[in-house]
Design a protein around this ligand. Sequence first.
Ligand code: FES
Length: 311
Amino acid sequence: MKVRGLREEAADILAVELCRADGTALPFTWGAGAHVDLQLGNGLVRQYSLTNLAEDAALHVAIKREADSRGGSRWLHEQLRIGSRVQVGVPRNLFPLQDGDDEVWLVAAGIGITPLLAMYRHCLRRGRPVCLLYFARSEAHLAFAATFAGDARASLICGLPADEVSGRLRAELPTWRPGLQLYTCGPAVFMEQVMAQAAAAGWPDEARHQEHFQAPANPAEVQGGFELVLARSGQRVTVQAGESLVAAAARVGVGIPTSCGMGMCGCCVTRVLSGTPEHRDQYLSDAEQASGEWLMPCVSGCQGARLELDC
Ligand code: FES
């Protein structure tokens, strides 16, 4: 696709509009909450939520420049220009808005506004009741402020000290009643507070939904001691404790392509031929994990003594 628009949406946040390079209509559709993979010119793959709806003839994403960027957001902020070509994956939705007319509560912090903005737009367009709580570090960090200007359904909360966030959530979230659904996205610690306060206000598990932008801070290590069989190459290797399947395969000369290395991007997805995976990724859906057919070898392990992969 081609970059058709670039805008500094807020401090450290770049809004990007992408259209097909040949100007034709998009060959796919998507629902609110979906994301796309962007293949960067430096070989990395990164995921970004779509902020617009499929009715539009372009893809809109917003990219936060991370202070500790490993080359993803920094590359995009520094290299993208109007007219730049970018390889874009088909939209995928791991954070869908539930169907129906239930009232939707959206609770965002920082760049977590991006999938929730699409949900907000979806609700407005469908006439579905919606309330948005959007926490930003400062007014300068508030993205898409013009979209919410003068809208009583959106509460924009800027510069609140971290130790006051829980109290504010407690004050804002209503006691749950049938017909309310909550979606939250933001830093992990923020989402934990949202989920806890919602639970305290009676929101059941099935009414609370969250999207992770970051891998868990301290993922459990892979238990070693099992045999990894690499069917295509005929190689076998014993996986060490704490060693990834990707690293174990590399020891016997088998390369598995990776990008994020955190179980989030899907780059390393590999078919399982036999054995039971121990999934640790956030990429495969629950159903895909349960099928046992695929695993993400950058983070996942094995529940038994032997795992055979199609690589
Ligand atoms: S490299 Fe991204 S999921 Fe494995």
